[in-house]
Structures are given as C-alpha cells and as structure tokens.
Ligand binder design. Structure first.
Ligand code: 4G4
Length: 226
C-alpha cells in the first residue's frame, strides 16, 4: 500500500520509520511518498500561505500551491484524497480496516488556519479527524492514520494479532490483561490460572477479565453494543 503525503513538514514523518511500520516499509509492504508542498510555491521566498479574505487572524494555505503539489503525484485522479482536519469524521477501527483495502491514498496535511476551501472542494474525497481536539498541523493525524491502516495490510502483523485485540475483536470488549516474566514483580504475582496449564480455564478467565476491564474502564462500549 502506498501513502502519498502532501505536507509542509516532511521531516516529521521520520517518526514512522521505527518499529512495526518501519519494518513494513523496509519489507516493501507499505510505502510513504512525501511531497513537500513548499516545493510548489510561486515566489522566490517560497511562501505557501496568505492572509484570509474577509480578515481575521492567521494565514491560509493557497489553493494553487496545494493543487500543483497534488498534480505532481502520478495518476492523482485515481487516488482517494483524505484531508486530516478537526471537522472530519472521527477515525475508528472499522474505518482503518476499510482504508487498508485501497492500493493508494493521498493524505493532505493542513497548517495555520487551514487550506483555501476551493482546492478542498476540488480534490478531497474524505475528511477525517483523529479525535475531538485541535493540533497545530495534520501531520500527527496523518501518521496516526498510516499506523492504524498499515496494521491491516497483509503481512505487516502476525496473523492473529489484528483479530484478537480491543476494538476489532468480535465481542467489542477491551482486551484481557497480559503478563510475562518475572513471576514475582515488586511483591506481585501473576494470576495463578495463567500458569496452571489449563487452557479451558485460561480462556474462561480471559473472557471474564475482558468484560470486567470494559465495565471498569470503558462502560460506554458496553452500552453501545445494544
Ligand atoms: C485542517 C484545518 C487534525 C487541519 C485546520 C488537524 C486536529 C486534527 C488543521 C487545522 C489539526 C484532528 C490548524 C486546526 C491542522 N488538528 N483532530 N490541525 N488546524 O484530527
């Protein structure tokens, strides 16, 4: 899967070269094509923004600069364009899974007061938010989207890990708690059932824990599933 990113701060995407997504890039399972919008500026000072018509604080990114950056992407007309914005539909697990079916995405990152509405009207297919809060730019949301979508790309994770976890398991419950060595940590032991070797009992305990965990930490999830 190929993520084309239109951004004023391509260096921020160095953050995704680590861990599982980093390995997926190395293994050519996913690719991130960074397009620096500033390279498409019209003036010698490399300006990309201007004052808003009608007045008001801050600066707005010019539509022509964004449009030229967009058109530099090969076969741009055929690729779904996502604008990361606080006005968007809030990203969830189902949406991440759906987006992983696309061969290509174009992620548009805004800054300052945003981007001129006309180019958004012209090129944006979907507006997505990563939650109800405001950030200085769309880069962190784009990286969050890349991470959540990449996990659904074939070969990125081990077989079973996307199926079992919170928010995508069939039960709609949070995951049960996990334990590893040492058996004794700061006076705290591991729940006995997990070292019993009784797999039926372990499964039963994990189901109970998942329900208890959800009741305690996210009761809203229980109400949502009827
Ligand atoms: C577009 C319009 C996304 C992008 C305005 C982006 C939060 C989210 C931005 C802005 C963002 C989110 C400058 C407010 C960049 N903030 N919740 N900021 N702003 O997904």
């Amino acid at each position: 899967m190929n993520f084309n990113v239109l951004t004023l701060f391509p260096e921020m995407f160095d953050a995704v070269k680590y861990s599982i997504v980093g390995r997926a890039i190395e293994n050519n399972l996913i690719n991130i094509n960074l397009i620096n919008v500033r390279d498409f500026s019209k003036d010698k000072h490399k300006h990309v923004d201007d004052t808003p018509y009608g007045g008001g604080a801050g600066m707005v990114i010019r539509p022509d600069v964004v449009y030229d950056a967009y058109k530099s992407i090969k076969n741009y007309e055929k690729k779904k364009v996502i604008y990361l914005s606080p006005k968007g539909q809030v990203l969830n697990q189902k949406k991440a899974e759906q987006l992983a079916k696309e061969k290509d995405l174009i992620l548009l990152c805004g800054h300052y007061e945003g981007i001129d509405e006309r180019v958004l009207e012209k090129i944006v297919d979907e507006e997505i938010s990563i939650g109800n809060y405001v950030l200085t730019g769309g880069e962190l949301p784009a990286m969050v989207l890349i991470d959540s979508v990449s996990r659904y790309v074939e070969g990125v994770l081990s077989e079973d890990s996307t199926k079992e976890e919170s928010f995508s398991n069939e039960t709609n419950l949070l995951e049960y708690p996990q334990y590893t060595r040492p058996a004794l940590f700061e006076g705290m032991e591991v729940p006995e059932v997990l070292t019993s070797g009784n797999h039926q009992e372990i499964e039963k305990w994990r189901k109970e824990q998942a329900l208890a965990e959800t009741k305690k930490k996210r009761p809203d999830l229980l109400k949502k599933c009827k």
